[in-house]
Design a protein around this ligand. Structure first.
Ligand code: ATP
Ligand code: MG
Length: 448
């Protein structure tokens, strides 16, 4: 993309209404614009990051054997009356009435809708296990929408639902989700720690939240420093192997890690040596639940088991805050000059800064680089504006592309350009061909 033709409305001033750094940087980098309280338009740069995150979620769900679909945002109130949640959900639910006087609602989550689909089409244990998911906009009329996309009213969420014949199978689905989530967040450059959590309005008896440590987080967490050192890495996991998934879950749930809702000071002090006890703020970026037959029983979602008996199906639900993640990643990865995107989610793979726009040689070198990167499947953002070098660098730093190639007449005399790492600030001179080769190598592990 050529910056002269792009739509990147960066702001010079720090917006006064933004209280936390991710919100400020998303506004300044022209990623979002507020449309109404807690509701945002995703401008091109923000939309690109949202899509990258969504893509990683899809790829990791596919790896775990989960099946994508799409359910609507508007739902009928009748389904929610069946589960009893129409009254229970309270003020957070946005209720609407259509022209025929029918009660509708903008879905805050989809347990009822998916259970209705399941009961209409699945009748036998032979069709299980089954895990369906979608990535769709949700609406929760939060009392205090704040922090930009971190606590919006309209937000983008991946929600998945597993259907299993009995508790053991459903616990395996739970474990499988935990494993696939660990991998998902790591690919986004995040350390998201699974912590034992309350089940809240979703119900059930087994739940973990995934938390990213950050001062501005709304959750208070207590954990053993040992868990922050665990790395999932590039393991080859057989998601059908119950023992293997359970082993990974044990590895990640043995060190103490709980939110304030489930924190037990006595257990914390007993089980964690003092020098490893940590208390921090954190951002919830996902949550998984096993809730058994909480919805299947009242809604009559049963299967015939291998004895010919109708049994209510065992379920769980599993959410990832896709739009919140954009903010959470920035909270975890920025400096005083702007965002620093992890390679896995960056909107463009690298920036190209032309130090002397209009200089025939510099322009030609940038065009050649642009074409070479594109041919290798990389997407550069080329700052081809007639601007001072300082202004171009400031924009690149603000929007946070992890790599920048700087092209100027002086370097070109020696046949070199400069490759700069946004995170370390380190620059290396090399030929344009080497710069392209280096970037191809850097991004190779980040391709799905
Ligand atoms: P919270 O405690 O932050 O209100 P929740 O526990 O009610 O969230 P879940 O039902 O677990 O949310 O939804 C799954 C994920 O969706 C959350 O882990 C979070 O990342 C994201 N999410 C929930 N509410 C919001 C919101 N208002 N804005 C943006 N993302 C949200
Ligand atoms: Mg939650």
């Amino acid at each position: 993309m050529r910056l002269s033709r792009y739509f990147l409305p960066v702001l010079k001033e720090t917006p006064a209404e933004a209280q936390i750094v991710s919100h400020r940087l998303m506004l300044r980098a022209g990623m979002i614009k507020q449309a109404a309280s807690g509701i945002y338009s995703w401008l091109p740069l923000g939309y690109k990051v949202l899509r990258r995150i969504e893509q990683i979620v899809h790829e990791e769900q596919a790896r775990a054997g989960h099946i994508p679909m799409l359910m609507p945002t508007l739902q009928s109130a009748d389904l929610w009356r069946e589960s009893g949640r129409y009254d229970d959900y309270g003020e957070e639910m946005l209720r609407v009435t259509d022209r025929h006087g029918r009660d509708m609602l903008y879905g805050p989550t989809n347990e009822e809708l998916i259970t209705d689909i399941f009961r209409a089409h699945v009748g036998s244990y032979k069709d299980l296990p089954l895990t369906l998911y979608h990535i769709q906009w949700k609406f929760r009329d939060e009392v205090r929408p704040r922090f930009g996309v971190m606590r919006g009213r309209e937000f983008y969420m991946k929600d998945g639902y597993n259907f299993d014949v009995d508790k053991d199978a459903a616990v395996h689905a739970y474990n499988r989700h935990m494993v696939s989530y660990l991998r998902t967040y790591e690919r986004m450059g995040l350390k998201a720690i699974p912590m034992r959590a309350d089940t809240g309005p979703i119900g059930g008896d087994l739940s973990h939240e995934f938390l990213v440590l950050a001062e501005t987080g709304e959750s208070e967490v207590f954990y053993d420093a040992a868990i922050a050192d665990l790395k999932f890495g590039d393991r080859d996991v057989d998601y059908d192997d119950r023992g293997e998934c359970a082993g990974i879950v044990t590895e990640w749930t043995t060190p103490y890690a709980r939110t304030d809702e489930t924190h037990d000071a006595a257990v914390f002090e007993e089980s964690v040596p003092e020098d490893r006890r940590r208390r921090s703020r954190a951002i919830e970026v996902g949550q998984i639940f096993y809730f058994g037959t909480k919805y299947s029983e009242p809604m009559g979602a049963t299967v015939v088991d291998d004895h010919g008996t109708h049994v209510p199906v065992h379920m769980g639900s599993h959410g990832i805050g896709v739009s919140r993640l954009v903010g959470a990643i920035i909270e975890a990865s920025h400096d005083e000059n702007g965002i620093i995107w992890p390679e896995g989610v960056t909107p463009f793979h690298c920036g190209i800064v032309n130090l002397k726009q209009g200089d025939a040689e510099a322009d030609a070198a940038c065009e050649t680089l642009y074409a070479a990167l594109t041919a290798r499947g990389l997407e550069p953002l080329y700052d081809d504006r007639d601007e001072r070098a300082g202004a171009k660098f400031a924009t690149m730093d603000l929007v946070g592309l992890p790599w920048r190639i700087t092209v100027g007449p002086r370097g070109l005399k020696n046949g070199v350009v400069e490759l700069t790492c946004r995170r370390s600030g380190e620059s290396t001179e090399m030929t344009p061909e080497d710069a392209v080769a280096r970037l191809v190598e850097i991004y190779a592990p980040h391709r799905g």
